[in-house]
Design a protein around this ligand. Structure first.
Ligand SMILES: Cc1cc2nc3c(=O)[nH]c(=O)nc-3n(C[C@H](O)[C@H](O)[C@H](O)COP(=O)(O)OP(=O)(O)OC[C@H]3O[C@@H](n4cnc5c(N)ncnc54)[C@H](O)[C@@H]3O)c2cc1C
Length: 384
Protein backbone atom coordinates (compact mmCIF):
# COMPACT_ATOMS: atom_id res chain seq x y z
CA UNK A 1 0.00 0.00 0.00
CA UNK A 2 1.55 3.31 -1.11
CA UNK A 3 -0.51 5.61 1.08
CA UNK A 4 0.51 5.53 4.73
CA UNK A 5 -1.48 8.41 6.23
CA UNK A 6 -5.25 8.06 6.73
CA UNK A 7 -7.91 10.21 8.37
CA UNK A 8 -9.01 7.18 10.40
CA UNK A 9 -7.37 3.82 11.05
CA UNK A 10 -9.42 0.99 12.52
CA UNK A 11 -7.35 -1.79 14.08
CA UNK A 12 -9.28 -5.07 14.06
CA UNK A 13 -12.21 -5.90 11.82
CA UNK A 14 -14.38 -7.78 14.30
CA UNK A 15 -17.66 -6.54 15.76
CA UNK A 16 -16.61 -3.08 16.93
CA UNK A 17 -14.22 -2.35 14.05
CA UNK A 18 -16.82 -3.25 11.43
CA UNK A 19 -19.64 -1.47 13.26
CA UNK A 20 -17.50 1.66 13.32
CA UNK A 21 -16.62 1.32 9.64
CA UNK A 22 -20.30 0.89 8.80
CA UNK A 23 -21.29 3.96 10.82
CA UNK A 24 -18.58 6.12 9.22
CA UNK A 25 -19.42 5.02 5.69
CA UNK A 26 -23.15 5.54 6.19
CA UNK A 27 -22.69 9.16 7.29
CA UNK A 28 -22.15 11.57 4.37
CA UNK A 29 -20.21 13.89 6.66
CA UNK A 30 -17.26 11.47 6.43
CA UNK A 31 -17.43 10.83 2.66
CA UNK A 32 -14.11 12.51 1.99
CA UNK A 33 -12.33 11.00 4.97
CA UNK A 34 -10.01 8.09 4.22
CA UNK A 35 -10.45 5.00 6.40
CA UNK A 36 -8.01 2.10 6.67
CA UNK A 37 -9.22 -1.12 8.29
CA UNK A 38 -6.49 -3.57 9.33
CA UNK A 39 -7.53 -7.13 10.21
CA UNK A 40 -5.32 -10.19 10.34
CA UNK A 41 -7.96 -12.81 9.50
CA UNK A 42 -10.30 -13.51 6.64
CA UNK A 43 -13.53 -12.84 8.51
CA UNK A 44 -16.15 -15.16 7.09
CA UNK A 45 -16.87 -17.68 9.83
CA UNK A 46 -19.56 -18.07 12.42
CA UNK A 47 -17.03 -17.47 15.18
CA UNK A 48 -19.60 -15.61 17.31
CA UNK A 49 -23.33 -15.81 17.92
CA UNK A 50 -24.37 -12.36 19.09
CA UNK A 51 -27.55 -12.03 21.07
CA UNK A 52 -29.00 -8.76 22.25
CA UNK A 53 -32.32 -7.15 22.94
CA UNK A 54 -33.85 -4.02 21.46
CA UNK A 55 -37.28 -2.57 20.89
CA UNK A 56 -36.92 -1.24 17.38
CA UNK A 57 -36.23 -3.06 14.15
CA UNK A 58 -32.84 -2.20 12.88
CA UNK A 59 -30.58 -2.75 9.92
CA UNK A 60 -29.59 -6.24 11.03
CA UNK A 61 -33.14 -7.56 11.23
CA UNK A 62 -32.87 -9.16 7.79
CA UNK A 63 -29.81 -11.08 8.93
CA UNK A 64 -31.20 -12.49 12.16
CA UNK A 65 -31.32 -16.23 12.70
CA UNK A 66 -34.25 -15.73 15.06
CA UNK A 67 -35.99 -13.27 17.34
CA UNK A 68 -38.08 -14.05 20.40
CA UNK A 69 -40.83 -12.23 22.31
CA UNK A 70 -40.89 -14.39 25.45
CA UNK A 71 -38.38 -15.55 28.00
CA UNK A 72 -38.02 -17.60 31.12
CA UNK A 73 -35.81 -17.32 34.20
CA UNK A 74 -35.24 -20.29 36.50
CA UNK A 75 -33.39 -21.14 39.66
CA UNK A 76 -33.84 -23.71 42.41
CA UNK A 77 -37.50 -23.53 43.48
CA UNK A 78 -38.20 -20.43 41.38
CA UNK A 79 -39.44 -19.89 37.86
CA UNK A 80 -40.66 -16.82 36.00
CA UNK A 81 -42.05 -16.65 32.47
CA UNK A 82 -42.32 -13.23 30.92
CA UNK A 83 -43.25 -11.33 27.84
CA UNK A 84 -40.36 -9.23 26.54
CA UNK A 85 -42.55 -6.67 24.74
CA UNK A 86 -41.69 -4.03 23.61
CA UNK A 87 -38.30 -5.72 23.40
CA UNK A 88 -37.29 -8.59 21.19
CA UNK A 89 -34.40 -10.88 21.97
CA UNK A 90 -32.35 -11.33 18.79
CA UNK A 91 -29.78 -13.76 17.49
CA UNK A 92 -27.29 -12.66 14.86
CA UNK A 93 -24.62 -15.05 13.61
CA UNK A 94 -21.33 -13.42 12.75
CA UNK A 95 -20.70 -14.73 9.21
CA UNK A 96 -23.75 -12.88 7.86
CA UNK A 97 -22.72 -9.72 9.69
CA UNK A 98 -19.13 -9.86 8.34
CA UNK A 99 -20.41 -10.50 4.83
CA UNK A 100 -22.87 -7.60 4.91
CA UNK A 101 -20.30 -5.05 6.01
CA UNK A 102 -17.58 -6.37 3.74
CA UNK A 103 -19.80 -6.24 0.68
CA UNK A 104 -21.54 -2.93 1.47
CA UNK A 105 -18.79 -0.88 3.06
CA UNK A 106 -15.30 -2.30 2.58
CA UNK A 107 -15.12 -1.52 -1.11
CA UNK A 108 -16.51 2.00 -0.98
CA UNK A 109 -14.73 5.21 -1.95
CA UNK A 110 -11.90 6.25 0.41
CA UNK A 111 -12.02 2.91 2.23
CA UNK A 112 -8.91 0.73 2.36
CA UNK A 113 -8.56 -2.75 3.73
CA UNK A 114 -5.35 -4.47 4.67
CA UNK A 115 -5.19 -8.07 5.77
CA UNK A 116 -2.15 -8.30 7.98
CA UNK A 117 -1.08 -8.68 11.56
CA UNK A 118 -0.61 -5.55 13.64
CA UNK A 119 2.70 -5.79 15.48
CA UNK A 120 2.51 -2.65 17.55
CA UNK A 121 0.56 0.54 18.03
CA UNK A 122 2.70 3.51 19.08
CA UNK A 123 0.90 6.58 20.23
CA UNK A 124 2.52 9.98 20.45
CA UNK A 125 0.85 13.19 21.43
CA UNK A 126 -1.07 14.01 18.29
CA UNK A 127 -0.45 11.04 16.05
CA UNK A 128 -0.57 7.27 16.35
CA UNK A 129 1.49 4.86 14.29
CA UNK A 130 0.34 1.33 13.50
CA UNK A 131 3.16 -1.06 12.75
CA UNK A 132 2.31 -4.09 10.63
CA UNK A 133 4.03 -6.78 8.61
CA UNK A 134 3.00 -4.91 5.47
CA UNK A 135 4.18 -1.44 6.45
CA UNK A 136 3.56 1.34 8.95
CA UNK A 137 0.53 3.63 8.90
CA UNK A 138 -0.26 6.86 10.70
CA UNK A 139 -3.31 8.81 11.69
CA UNK A 140 -4.51 11.47 14.06
CA UNK A 141 -7.44 9.15 14.84
CA UNK A 142 -6.74 5.48 15.43
CA UNK A 143 -9.38 3.12 16.86
CA UNK A 144 -8.02 -0.03 18.43
CA UNK A 145 -10.12 -3.14 19.08
CA UNK A 146 -7.21 -5.52 19.76
CA UNK A 147 -7.95 -6.76 23.25
CA UNK A 148 -4.95 -7.04 25.58
CA UNK A 149 -5.77 -8.75 28.91
CA UNK A 150 -2.25 -8.13 30.28
CA UNK A 151 -3.00 -4.96 32.35
CA UNK A 152 -5.80 -6.81 34.16
CA UNK A 153 -3.33 -9.29 35.59
CA UNK A 154 -1.20 -6.71 37.33
CA UNK A 155 -3.81 -4.99 39.43
CA UNK A 156 -6.16 -5.81 42.26
CA UNK A 157 -8.31 -2.68 42.38
CA UNK A 158 -10.88 -3.98 39.90
CA UNK A 159 -12.10 -7.58 40.19
CA UNK A 160 -12.03 -9.51 36.95
CA UNK A 161 -14.65 -12.16 36.38
CA UNK A 162 -15.35 -13.77 33.07
CA UNK A 163 -18.43 -14.85 31.27
CA UNK A 164 -17.16 -18.16 29.96
CA UNK A 165 -19.13 -20.81 28.20
CA UNK A 166 -19.37 -23.63 25.73
CA UNK A 167 -22.44 -23.82 23.50
CA UNK A 168 -23.79 -26.59 21.34
CA UNK A 169 -26.14 -26.13 18.43
CA UNK A 170 -28.08 -29.38 18.71
CA UNK A 171 -30.66 -31.09 16.56
CA UNK A 172 -32.95 -33.48 18.44
CA UNK A 173 -34.81 -36.40 16.94
CA UNK A 174 -38.11 -35.49 18.60
CA UNK A 175 -39.52 -31.95 19.11
CA UNK A 176 -38.12 -30.85 22.48
CA UNK A 177 -38.13 -27.05 22.52
CA UNK A 178 -40.58 -24.17 22.48
CA UNK A 179 -39.19 -21.91 19.73
CA UNK A 180 -41.30 -18.99 21.01
CA UNK A 181 -39.37 -18.62 24.24
CA UNK A 182 -35.74 -18.34 25.35
CA UNK A 183 -34.42 -19.69 28.61
CA UNK A 184 -32.50 -16.59 29.63
CA UNK A 185 -30.87 -18.14 32.71
CA UNK A 186 -31.44 -21.47 34.43
CA UNK A 187 -29.50 -21.62 37.69
CA UNK A 188 -31.14 -24.88 38.72
CA UNK A 189 -27.93 -26.85 38.23
CA UNK A 190 -25.07 -27.61 40.66
CA UNK A 191 -23.36 -24.29 41.33
CA UNK A 192 -20.04 -25.79 42.55
CA UNK A 193 -19.52 -22.65 44.70
CA UNK A 194 -19.64 -20.46 41.61
CA UNK A 195 -22.26 -18.70 39.46
CA UNK A 196 -23.32 -21.23 36.83
CA UNK A 197 -26.34 -21.39 34.58
CA UNK A 198 -27.75 -22.81 31.38
CA UNK A 199 -28.85 -20.57 28.54
CA UNK A 200 -31.11 -22.08 25.88
CA UNK A 201 -32.07 -20.43 22.59
CA UNK A 202 -34.54 -22.64 20.74
CA UNK A 203 -34.55 -21.93 17.02
CA UNK A 204 -36.98 -24.69 16.06
CA UNK A 205 -38.81 -27.35 18.05
CA UNK A 206 -35.92 -29.71 17.37
CA UNK A 207 -33.02 -27.26 17.07
CA UNK A 208 -31.45 -25.05 19.75
CA UNK A 209 -28.31 -23.41 21.02
CA UNK A 210 -27.63 -24.69 24.54
CA UNK A 211 -24.85 -23.03 26.51
CA UNK A 212 -23.28 -23.94 29.83
CA UNK A 213 -22.19 -20.57 31.21
CA UNK A 214 -20.30 -19.27 34.22
CA UNK A 215 -19.73 -15.82 35.67
CA UNK A 216 -16.56 -16.64 37.57
CA UNK A 217 -12.84 -16.10 37.80
CA UNK A 218 -11.33 -19.29 36.45
CA UNK A 219 -11.95 -21.15 33.22
CA UNK A 220 -12.88 -24.83 33.30
CA UNK A 221 -11.49 -27.73 31.33
CA UNK A 222 -13.42 -28.06 28.10
CA UNK A 223 -14.95 -31.36 29.15
CA UNK A 224 -16.54 -29.79 32.26
CA UNK A 225 -18.66 -27.42 30.15
CA UNK A 226 -19.57 -30.26 27.80
CA UNK A 227 -20.49 -32.52 30.71
CA UNK A 228 -22.63 -29.70 32.07
CA UNK A 229 -24.59 -29.40 28.82
CA UNK A 230 -24.99 -33.16 28.47
CA UNK A 231 -26.29 -33.69 32.00
CA UNK A 232 -28.63 -30.71 31.66
CA UNK A 233 -30.11 -32.15 28.47
CA UNK A 234 -30.49 -35.53 30.14
CA UNK A 235 -32.23 -33.93 33.12
CA UNK A 236 -34.80 -32.66 30.59
CA UNK A 237 -35.17 -36.10 29.00
CA UNK A 238 -33.16 -35.15 25.91
CA UNK A 239 -30.89 -38.05 24.95
CA UNK A 240 -31.26 -38.36 21.22
CA UNK A 241 -29.54 -35.47 19.45
CA UNK A 242 -26.64 -34.54 17.24
CA UNK A 243 -24.28 -31.65 17.90
CA UNK A 244 -24.16 -29.64 14.68
CA UNK A 245 -21.79 -26.88 15.84
CA UNK A 246 -19.88 -25.85 18.93
CA UNK A 247 -19.09 -22.38 20.23
CA UNK A 248 -16.77 -21.28 23.01
CA UNK A 249 -16.34 -17.90 24.66
CA UNK A 250 -14.44 -16.12 27.38
CA UNK A 251 -15.58 -12.52 27.84
CA UNK A 252 -14.00 -10.26 30.48
CA UNK A 253 -16.35 -8.85 33.12
CA UNK A 254 -14.56 -5.96 34.78
CA UNK A 255 -14.76 -2.24 35.45
CA UNK A 256 -11.03 -1.83 34.83
CA UNK A 257 -10.62 1.61 33.22
CA UNK A 258 -9.36 0.59 29.77
CA UNK A 259 -9.87 4.19 28.67
CA UNK A 260 -6.70 5.19 30.49
CA UNK A 261 -4.79 3.81 27.49
CA UNK A 262 -6.50 6.28 25.17
CA UNK A 263 -4.56 9.29 23.92
CA UNK A 264 -5.28 12.38 21.84
CA UNK A 265 -5.03 10.21 18.75
CA UNK A 266 -5.90 6.70 19.97
CA UNK A 267 -9.24 5.36 21.21
CA UNK A 268 -9.81 1.79 22.37
CA UNK A 269 -13.13 0.36 21.23
CA UNK A 270 -15.14 -2.83 21.78
CA UNK A 271 -13.93 -5.23 24.46
CA UNK A 272 -10.51 -3.51 24.31
CA UNK A 273 -12.18 -0.23 25.25
CA UNK A 274 -14.11 -1.68 28.19
CA UNK A 275 -17.35 -1.57 26.20
CA UNK A 276 -18.40 -4.96 27.55
CA UNK A 277 -21.18 -4.60 30.12
CA UNK A 278 -19.18 -5.56 33.19
CA UNK A 279 -22.04 -7.21 35.08
CA UNK A 280 -23.21 -9.47 32.24
CA UNK A 281 -20.61 -9.72 29.46
CA UNK A 282 -23.07 -8.40 26.85
CA UNK A 283 -21.07 -6.22 24.44
CA UNK A 284 -22.78 -6.08 21.06
CA UNK A 285 -25.56 -3.57 21.81
CA UNK A 286 -23.29 -1.49 24.04
CA UNK A 287 -20.91 -1.21 21.11
CA UNK A 288 -23.69 -0.06 18.76
CA UNK A 289 -24.75 2.57 21.30
CA UNK A 290 -21.20 3.77 21.92
CA UNK A 291 -20.49 4.02 18.21
CA UNK A 292 -23.59 6.15 17.70
CA UNK A 293 -22.21 8.56 20.32
CA UNK A 294 -18.70 8.33 18.85
CA UNK A 295 -19.89 9.37 15.39
CA UNK A 296 -21.42 12.55 16.86
CA UNK A 297 -18.27 13.14 18.91
CA UNK A 298 -15.94 12.79 15.89
CA UNK A 299 -17.66 15.71 14.21
CA UNK A 300 -16.55 17.95 17.10
CA UNK A 301 -12.92 17.20 16.14
CA UNK A 302 -12.01 17.01 19.82
CA UNK A 303 -9.10 14.88 21.01
CA UNK A 304 -10.04 11.21 21.17
CA UNK A 305 -9.31 10.80 24.87
CA UNK A 306 -12.04 13.30 25.69
CA UNK A 307 -14.64 10.78 24.43
CA UNK A 308 -16.26 9.55 27.66
CA UNK A 309 -19.00 7.00 28.08
CA UNK A 310 -19.03 6.50 31.84
CA UNK A 311 -22.14 7.14 33.92
CA UNK A 312 -23.74 5.98 37.19
CA UNK A 313 -24.47 2.55 35.69
CA UNK A 314 -20.73 1.87 35.59
CA UNK A 315 -20.66 2.45 39.32
CA UNK A 316 -23.53 -0.03 39.83
CA UNK A 317 -21.60 -2.53 37.73
CA UNK A 318 -18.54 -1.95 39.85
CA UNK A 319 -20.46 -2.68 43.06
CA UNK A 320 -22.17 -5.69 41.53
CA UNK A 321 -18.84 -7.13 40.42
CA UNK A 322 -17.30 -6.45 43.83
CA UNK A 323 -20.11 -8.46 45.40
CA UNK A 324 -20.25 -11.19 42.76
CA UNK A 325 -16.51 -11.80 42.88
CA UNK A 326 -16.47 -11.89 46.69
CA UNK A 327 -19.60 -14.08 46.97
CA UNK A 328 -19.42 -15.97 43.69
CA UNK A 329 -21.43 -18.91 45.03
CA UNK A 330 -24.34 -16.51 45.68
CA UNK A 331 -24.84 -15.36 42.09
CA UNK A 332 -27.87 -17.57 41.59
CA UNK A 333 -29.59 -16.05 44.63
CA UNK A 334 -28.70 -12.48 43.65
CA UNK A 335 -30.15 -12.87 40.16
CA UNK A 336 -33.18 -14.75 41.50
CA UNK A 337 -34.05 -11.93 43.91
CA UNK A 338 -33.82 -9.41 41.09
CA UNK A 339 -36.10 -11.44 38.80
CA UNK A 340 -38.47 -12.33 41.63
CA UNK A 341 -39.00 -8.81 42.97
CA UNK A 342 -38.99 -6.79 39.74
CA UNK A 343 -40.85 -6.82 36.47
CA UNK A 344 -38.16 -8.38 34.23
CA UNK A 345 -38.41 -5.47 31.79
CA UNK A 346 -37.13 -3.18 34.54
CA UNK A 347 -34.03 -5.37 34.77
CA UNK A 348 -33.44 -5.28 31.02
CA UNK A 349 -33.85 -1.50 31.02
CA UNK A 350 -31.50 -1.27 34.01
CA UNK A 351 -28.91 -3.31 32.11
CA UNK A 352 -29.34 -0.88 29.21
CA UNK A 353 -28.74 2.08 31.53
CA UNK A 354 -32.24 3.40 30.89
CA UNK A 355 -33.91 3.25 34.32
CA UNK A 356 -34.71 6.21 36.55
CA UNK A 357 -33.16 6.63 39.98
CA UNK A 358 -36.40 5.53 41.67
CA UNK A 359 -36.43 2.30 39.63
CA UNK A 360 -32.80 1.70 40.56
CA UNK A 361 -33.69 2.07 44.24
CA UNK A 362 -36.45 -0.53 43.74
CA UNK A 363 -33.93 -2.92 42.20
CA UNK A 364 -31.57 -2.45 45.11
CA UNK A 365 -34.45 -2.97 47.52
CA UNK A 366 -35.06 -6.41 45.99
CA UNK A 367 -32.09 -7.92 47.77
CA UNK A 368 -32.44 -9.58 51.18
CA UNK A 369 -30.82 -8.10 54.29
CA UNK A 370 -27.55 -10.01 53.94
CA UNK A 371 -27.23 -9.20 50.28
CA UNK A 372 -27.93 -5.52 50.99
CA UNK A 373 -25.13 -5.54 53.57
CA UNK A 374 -22.71 -6.91 50.98
CA UNK A 375 -23.58 -4.03 48.66
CA UNK A 376 -23.29 -1.45 51.44
CA UNK A 377 -19.88 -2.86 52.37
CA UNK A 378 -18.75 -2.76 48.73
CA UNK A 379 -20.03 0.82 48.45
CA UNK A 380 -18.17 1.96 51.57
CA UNK A 381 -14.98 0.24 50.45
CA UNK A 382 -15.16 2.05 47.13
CA UNK A 383 -15.73 5.38 48.86
CA UNK A 384 -12.93 5.17 51.41
C1 LIG B 1 -18.20 -16.87 21.17
C2 LIG B 1 -18.63 -15.51 21.64
C3 LIG B 1 -19.98 -15.21 21.73
C4 LIG B 1 -20.39 -13.95 22.16
N1 LIG B 1 -21.72 -13.69 22.26
C5 LIG B 1 -22.14 -12.47 22.63
C6 LIG B 1 -23.53 -12.18 22.69
O1 LIG B 1 -24.38 -13.04 22.49
N2 LIG B 1 -23.91 -10.91 22.99
C7 LIG B 1 -22.99 -9.92 23.25
O2 LIG B 1 -23.40 -8.78 23.50
N3 LIG B 1 -21.67 -10.19 23.25
C8 LIG B 1 -21.23 -11.43 22.94
N4 LIG B 1 -19.88 -11.69 22.90
C9 LIG B 1 -18.95 -10.64 23.35
C10 LIG B 1 -18.61 -9.61 22.26
O3 LIG B 1 -19.79 -9.10 21.67
C11 LIG B 1 -17.74 -10.18 21.16
O4 LIG B 1 -16.56 -10.69 21.69
C12 LIG B 1 -17.41 -9.13 20.10
O5 LIG B 1 -16.89 -9.80 19.00
C13 LIG B 1 -16.42 -8.08 20.62
O6 LIG B 1 -16.09 -7.21 19.57
P1 LIG B 1 -14.64 -6.59 19.44
O7 LIG B 1 -14.60 -5.78 18.22
O8 LIG B 1 -14.27 -5.96 20.73
O9 LIG B 1 -13.66 -7.86 19.30
P2 LIG B 1 -13.56 -8.87 18.10
O10 LIG B 1 -14.87 -9.06 17.46
O11 LIG B 1 -12.86 -10.06 18.66
O12 LIG B 1 -12.62 -8.11 17.05
C14 LIG B 1 -11.23 -7.95 17.24
C15 LIG B 1 -10.58 -8.22 15.89
O13 LIG B 1 -9.19 -7.93 15.97
C16 LIG B 1 -8.50 -8.88 15.18
N5 LIG B 1 -7.11 -8.92 15.65
C17 LIG B 1 -6.67 -9.37 16.85
N6 LIG B 1 -5.33 -9.22 16.93
C18 LIG B 1 -4.93 -8.67 15.75
C19 LIG B 1 -3.65 -8.25 15.25
N7 LIG B 1 -2.53 -8.38 15.97
N8 LIG B 1 -3.61 -7.72 14.02
C20 LIG B 1 -4.74 -7.56 13.28
N9 LIG B 1 -5.97 -7.92 13.70
C21 LIG B 1 -6.06 -8.47 14.93
C22 LIG B 1 -9.25 -10.18 15.43
O14 LIG B 1 -9.02 -11.12 14.40
C23 LIG B 1 -10.69 -9.69 15.47
O15 LIG B 1 -11.32 -9.77 14.23
C24 LIG B 1 -19.43 -12.95 22.50
C25 LIG B 1 -18.08 -13.29 22.43
C26 LIG B 1 -17.68 -14.54 22.03
C27 LIG B 1 -16.20 -14.86 22.00
Amino acid sequence: MEQNYFDFIICGGGASGLLLLKALREDNYFDNYSVLLIEKEVKNKNDRTWCFWESSSDTFDDLLTKKWSNAEFRSKGFKKNFDLAPLKYKMLRSSKFYKLIQSNHLKTKNTFHLQTEIKEIKTKKNETKVITEKGNFQSKRVFNSLYNPEPLLHQKKYPVLRQHFVGWFIKTKKPQFDPGKILFMDFDIPQEKETRFLYVLPIKTNYALVEYTLFSENLLENESYEKGIKSYLESKGIYDYIIEEREKGNIPMTCFPFDKFNSNSLLHIGTAGGWTKASTGFTFMNTIRNINSLIIFLKTKKKLNSFKIKNRFNFYDLLFLDVLSRYNSEGSKLFSRMFDKNPPLRIFRFLDGKTSLSEEIKIMASFNVNQKLWFVKAFLQRLF
